[in-house]
Design a protein around this ligand. Structure first.
Ligand SMILES: *Cc1c(COP(=O)(O)O)cnc(C)c1O
Length: 395
């Protein structure tokens, strides 16, 4: 199956883009929307645009659109800032809901920034807090009744290994813990049902599978029955009940809006809003089915063309998100050589070649060509060219 959506993206000719899990491709409507916001709204309306173009409602409008994609109700998702900041806010809120417990449980496959933010928060809160990191496969048995918060990223950014949200959340709740899911590599990649899973908090970014563009705002979900108890750690004026009364006493806004901090990034939010149009008539089960079909094909073709590569992602599609990784001694150099051939994937330390499978703009033909190019790079040792050894700032 392929989804007839490729025509909705601006893709450079001759490029097969297998990095949409890191920075999604440019949707066709995005540039004209940005131009409209910059030229007509900002340029023409100046500050009046906060009302006349309804900039003030944009964070909420976009939040409600994301809510649909993650299986949540309108009003439960706030947008803005970056994912690292949303992790900090969610974790602080979660810890304060369990004041008698001091343990945050996460796994060592989590993304470094999530771990850094947790350690930064612990330094602020005091030494009696502990971040307990276990192997991903040991998470279930490590959820014990001293754990305050289980903080996990559903899909491992390196291997694509996927946690089962429903069973882990249930075990957290059975042990009296609060659950936070980071959906960075999940939203727009796999079907999500936050309402059914009943996690208290979820966070994610929108520049990966949602194609919101570099620096697009993050989102945070809070379960409606607990959100009113949250005293936001980052109590900025945009999360105030009535920002323009200029009250010196902070009073949190209703529902998820209390997780807003400062002035929303209107140009980025507008681009994201345009990017989300694509999702209006798409079903996540269809995306998932196409992602699995393309990933299986990719694995089969690459394993046949390059036996020296070792599959790092789970073999079973049910345990894998929407990217596929291989280990290889010269992974960095091989990725550079592949990019020179027009196939864009990325490198993750220490030895990982990573490929995002985004069925909105990748089809079977792309997959077959990409695997052929990998065969050439690996079997002809094109990665040995010294120019591929020079490390760029971003890999
Ligand atoms: C991409 C990603 C991030 C990035 O955070 P930013 O603050 O948006 O830079 C954080 N956590 C996870 C799990 C990610 O995949």
């Amino acid at each position: 199956m392929s989804l007839p959506k490729k025509s909705l993206f601006e893709l450079p000719k001759g490029i097969i883009y297998l990095d949409g899990n890191s920075l999604g491709a440019l949707p066709k409507g995005a540039a004209s929307r940005a131009a409209e916001v910059i030229t007509n709204q900002w340029g023409g309306e100046l500050i009046r645009a906060w009302n006349s173009a309804d900039w003030m409602s944009l964070p909420q409008i976009v939040g409600d659109r994301i809510a649909k994609i993650i299986g949540a109700d309108a009003g439960t998702v706030a947008t803005g800032d970056t994912l690292s900041i949303k992790i900090y806010q969610a974790l602080d809120a979660a810890l304060k809901l369990r004041p008698n417990r001091k343990v945050i449980l996460s796994d060592d496959g989590n993304f470094p920034s999530d771990i850094y933010m947790a350690n930064g928060l612990i330094r602020t809160l005091g030494d009696d807090y502990e971040l307990r990191l276990v192997a991903p496969e040991d998470v279930m048995m490590s959820i014990t009744d001293d754990v305050a918060v289980v903080m996990l990223t559903q899909i491992d950014y390196r291997t694509g290994r996927m946690h089962d949200m429903a069973s882990i959340t249930k075990r957290a709740h059975d042990n009296g813990a609060i659950m936070i899911w980071d959906l960075a590599h999940s939203v727009g990649a796999v079907p999500l049902d936050l309402k059914a899973c009943r996690a208290e908090f979820a966070v994610g970014c929108t520049y990966k599978y949602l194609n919101g563009g570099p620096g697009a705002p993050a989102f945070i979900y809070a379960r409606p029955d607990i959100v009113d108890k949250v005293e936001p750690i980052l109590s900025g004026w945009m999360g105030h009940k009535t920002p323009f009364t200029m009250d010196l006493n902070y009073q949190p806004a209703q529902k998820a809006e209390r997780f807003r901090v400062g002035t929303p990034p209107i140009v980025q939010l507008s681009i994201l809003d345009a990017a989300l149009d694509i999702w209006d008539d798409i079903s996540m089960p269809d995306i998932r089915a196409a992602s699995i079909e393309l990933s299986e094909l990719f694995i089969k073709q690459v394993e046949a063309a390059c036996p020296v590569l070792k599959l790092l992602s789970p073999k079973d599609a049910d345990e894998r998100g929407s990217h596929v990784s291989f280990a290889f001694e010269y992974a960095y150099e091989a990725i550079q050589a592949l990019i020179d051939k027009g196939v864009i994937g990325d490198f993750r330390a220490p030895n990982i070649m990573r490929f995002g499978i985004t069925p909105l703009y990748i089809d079977r033909e792309d997959i077959i060509h990409a695997a052929e190019a990998m065969g050439e790079v690996i079997n002809n040792e094109l990665y040995n060219n010294p120019k591929y050894k020079i490390k760029a700032r971003v890999t």
